[in-house]
Ligand binder design. Structure first.
Ligand code: NAD
Length: 257
């Protein structure tokens, strides 16, 4: 399958899942726009590397997904947006009665409201192009909960709900909206937690991964950013044209429990 001629905007894509999804979309031929809130040489270098490796156009655009105006400006600067991947996200863990208000606001803004703004800005471009795909990176926490993650779980359930609404509003058009719900994925964010956890539980790396981190993931394997990228590419394919308003779990069986 080829996505040649399509432009994909992936929010929060200078690391982890967003970068993995952008790379798989580029591998399938799409031009890509990378994004985060920084503006470092290495951010632009990531785009240059994708461009060289996959012979596509790749740009990096700085925009802070905690700000509605930046979210809309990202789509405006991209100029076209056939594929919108709402991926930017952060996490904070605390009991609800001790949950810092600024963390609650930031998680709701970055993990949920950003997708409202980017989708609102991108849909007119998709309609003008006569084709569009909205792919929201939700989470197993969009379908189920864990203690101490009130803001994250609320935002991820929220984005699953918004995905359904966007799908209904575009149902008679050649546009689809779906959410991918990953379980644990070995991104730099998760990798960084392994040494501390090894120390805390006095366990080796493999034991920490299987017994602590992947305790809720029946496969006892991390999902990979390539698998998530491949799922996004599938959602952009003709085979997925009638898949809209739903979730695809990539969670090693977590939500089957
Ligand atoms: P990550 O920290 O590697 O990536 C997060 C990305 O979001 C980074 O590129 C970061 O720069 C960007 N970002 C953060 N704040 C931003 C802001 N204000 N404006 C623009 N960009 C911003 O983490 P990840 O694990 O790759 O997470 C990506 C998405 O996948 C998130 O939405 C996360 O909730 C979701 N997810 C991750 C996992 C996992 O196990 N890693 C599981 C389920 C869902």
């Amino acid at each position: 399958m080829t996505l040649k001629g399509k432009t994909a905007v992936v929010t929060g894509s200078n690391s982890g899942i967003g970068l993995g999804v952008a790379r798989e979309l580029a591998k399938a031929g799409a031009d890509v726009v990378l994004n985060s809130f920084t503006d470092r040489d290495e951010d632009h270098a990531l785009a240059a590397q994708i461009s060289d490796e996959f012979s596509v156009s790749a740009r990096y655009i700085k925009a802070d997904m905690s700000k509605g105006t930046d979210c809309r400006a990202l789509i405006e600067q991209a100029g076209s947006c056939d594929i919108l991947v709402n991926n930017a996200g952060i996490q904070h863990v605390a009991p609800i009665d001790q949950f810092p208000l600024d963390k609650w606001d930031a998680i709701i803004a970055i993990n949920l409201s950003s997708a409202f703004h980017t989708t609102a800005a991108a849909l007119p471009l998709m309609r003008a192009a006569g084709w569009g795909r909205v792919v929201n990176i939700a989470s197993a926490h969009g379908l189920t909960a864990s203690p101490y993650k009130s803001a994250y779980v609320a935002a991820k359930h929220g984005i699953v709900g918004m995905t359904k609404t966007v799908a209904l509003e575009t149902a008679e058009e050649p546009i689809t909206a779906n959410a991918i719900c990953p379980g644990y994925v070995l991104t730099p964010l998760v990798e960084a937690q392994i040494p501390d956890t090894m120390e805390k539980y006095n366990m080796g790396r493999e034991e920490v991964i299987k017994k602590v981190m992947l305790e809720r993931q029946p496969s006892r394997e991390f999902a990979t950013v390539e698998q998530l990228g491949g799922t996004a590419v599938f959602l952009c394919s003709d085979a997925a044209a009638q898949i809209t308003g739903t979730t695809i779990s990539v969670d090693g069986g977590w939500t089957a429990l």
